[in-house]
Write a protein that binds this ligand. Structure first.
Ligand code: 9MR
Length: 587
């Protein structure tokens, strides 16, 4: 979006907002998208003088519900008082807002049997908008239609000196097209593709019936494969190009430096395939083993090629088990220098474990389980997944596929289930008994990191896994609480998904949105969220007003540390929103 145009429009909107919505207050924090009739409905009022609340129907202006605010205390992460408004009993579909006398009214929200459907679909359609090497015509992309980017560059990717072999010397060109742009930047990184691609395949695996009929209005919508898997296929095809002949996988396909605020088709710098690493190769191996089982019933040939790729990648990683990505070190040895995202992870134990588990599920061979060594590590080495901590994804897959595993594995499976329920249970208890905002997010202070919104989404995904495993509604409610957090019940009052809510994210760090003429950014994108680390403080001088963990967020383009978007953040959002929709929604 052109800056002058945006400033003009923002000023215009501010005027309208102030006249028409004068009573809307930031002191009431509520999911600004929607609730299911038969599910928890909570708002938080941060004014400690307020005692009562009402829920008002927007069209009739009638009071639909009244209640007393429950004193919850001060939320340490935002330093705000929390009075809880519980209107779970209101089950009539409609559009409403919360009203508190003397405080004001909240942004509107719906109560609906399809509360998450629109936001969930938008969160998946984000991946279509991130596609490299394909035009996005208006019929699928609406006003965010754009020309293909990187057709020439990724069609003629260049082997970087760090990745050179006798068979593929430095400068060799190869095809590395398709795939999703990682984030606000246009590079493509295998490590981050790993967790993102997995999360969407896992979503399909958990709710196949729901996704068999969910249409996303993408070019492949009319083929026989569910749309979510068509979308994932776009990235899998790129990932497969990143495997060298010896089984190893290049860490990333990248420019030397980040591009400026330009459209994809204007970003024409050379794209290099960078050195093979153990982490990238193992993430690739895990994802391809999952792709094998998920795509088998749709396209056996493709599925078989994925398994082959997975096995050879794993074998490479066994032989090359300590090739750690260190961008600084690499730049000292090789040219040209590379200064884009590092996704550097010195600990590859969890990647080994994840790949071994997925290969065990794919092949039934117990030798992979020996490698995974779950019995030994189960006590402590698992946590909420991130791009750098992936072994819990293996636990998800084991639980999902428990009915198809060899009998000898049953005792270990008990440990796995127990581990997952214990981990999830700790978080759920924090949400239900301790959190002043009634959310899982914040169960540890470290939750407010770079991409903190993905922490909330991944916690939510874990809650849904525990819910499917146990059937205990406490887990489902905890999942819902974190989605509420992302959609408005949080420390800033923003609905963190673009295009949704009353208080919207308008200026994400996302080059396609920055460079087009639209006022609104590409919809369905989850921004990184509050991050007191403020690693972008120099580029955003004078913009931050606080470093309180849950408030350290700025809706400005410069803020790559709080307002960027990324595939590994949107994937768990899609999981959370649509797993809940598949569970509570009615279509
Ligand atoms: O999500 C990544 C975060 O965990 C790291 O702290 C940060 C700095 O290394 O990088 C983030 O990933 C960025 C990647 O390196 C490049 N594309 C944009 C990603 C999101 O900001």
């Amino acid at each position: 979006m052109k800056t002058w145009f945006k400033l003009l429009c923002t000023a215009f909107i501010a005027v309208i907002y102030n006249t028409a919505g004068a009573q809307i207050t930031d002191a009431i924090r509520v999911n600004q998208v929607g609730f299911y009739p038969n599910a928890p409905k909570i708002a938080i009022v941060t004014d400690s003088n307020a005692k009562e609340f009402s829920i008002i129907n927007v069209s009739s202006k009638q009071v639909a519900f009244t209640g007393t605010l429950q004193k919850m205390g001060v939320w340490e992460y935002s330093n705000e008082y929390s009075g809880k408004a519980d209107f779970s009993k209101l089950s009539q579909e409609g559009t409403y807002y919360v009203e508190v006398k003397g405080v004001g009214q909240s942004h509107p929200f719906t109560i609906s049997n399809q509360a998450n459907l629109a936001v969930g679909k938008a969160s998946l359609r984000f991946f279509y908008y991130q596609r490299a090497c394909i035009d996005l015509p208006e019929m699928y992309a609406g006003k965010w239609a754009r020309k293909a980017g990187h057709v020439q560059q990724d069609g003629n990717a260049v082997i970087h000196s760090s990745a050179a072999t006798t068979e593929r010397p430095e400068g060799t060109k190869f095809y590395s097209g398709k795939g999703w742009y990682d984030a606000g930047d246009y590079n493509k990184y295998i490590v981050n593709s790993g967790i993102s691609t997995y999360t969407l395949m896992s979503l399909y695996e958990g709710y196949p019936k729901f996704f068999d009929t969910l249409k996303l209005n993408i070019p492949e919508s009319n083929n026989a494969i569910p749309d979510v898997l068509d979308e994932v296929w776009w990235n899998l095809r790129w990932m497969l190009t990143m495997q060298d002949k010896d089984g190893g996988v290049y860490h990333k396909l990248t420019n030397t430096n980040f591009d400026g605020s330009i459209a994809p088709d204007k970003a024409t710098n050379t794209r290099y395939a960078i050195m093979k690493t153990t982490a990238a190769t193992l993430d690739f191996s895990a994802v391809m083993a999952v792709a094998h089982r998920v795509y088998r019933k749709f396209d056996k040939k493709f599925a078989d090629s994925c398994l082959k790729a997975s096995i050879s990648a794993y074998a490479w990683a066994i032989k090359n088990n300590k090739v750690i990505y260190n961008q600084g070190g690499m730049n000292q040895k090789f040219n040209p220098d590379i200064n884009t995202g590092a996704y550097d992870d010195a600990n590859v134990g969890d990647e080994f474990q994840w790949a071994a588990i997925e290969l065990f599920i794919a092949t039934g061979k117990l030798r992979y389980m020996d490698d995974a060594n779950i019995e030994f590590t189960i006590r402590n080495n698992f946590d909420t997944p991130t791009w750098a901590a992936v072994n819990t994804l293996g636990l998800y897959s084991l639980v999902q596929n428990r009915d198809f595993l060899p009998e000898e594995f049953a005792p270990t499976m008990e440990l796995v289930k127990d581990k997952l329920v214990t981990m999830a249970g700790k978080m759920q208890k924090y949400q239900a008994n301790k959190s002043e905002f009634g959310i899982v997010m914040g169960e540890r202070s470290g939750n407010f990191n770079w991409g903190s919104n993905s922490t909330a989404a991944n916690q939510g995904m874990m809650m849904m896994m525990a819910y499917r495993l146990t059937g205990e509604s406490d887990f489902l409610n905890a999942a819902i609480s974190n989605l509420d957090y992302l959609l408005g019940r949080n420390g800033t009052g923003f609905c963190y998904v673009t295009g949704f809510g009353g208080k919207q994210v308008m200026n994400p760090h996302h080059r396609p949105s920055e460079s087009d003429e639209n006022l609104y950014p590409v919809p369905g994108m989850l921004c990184g969220g509050p991050n007191p680390g403020q690693e972008d403080a120099r580029d955003c001088a004078g913009k931050y007003t606080t470093n309180l963990p849950a408030k350290s967020y700025i809706d400005v383009q410069c803020s790559y540390a709080t307002n960027e978007v990324a595939i590994n953040w949107n994937a768990p959002l899609a999981y959370l929103a649509l797993a809940i929709e598949a569970t509570k929604g009615k279509r």
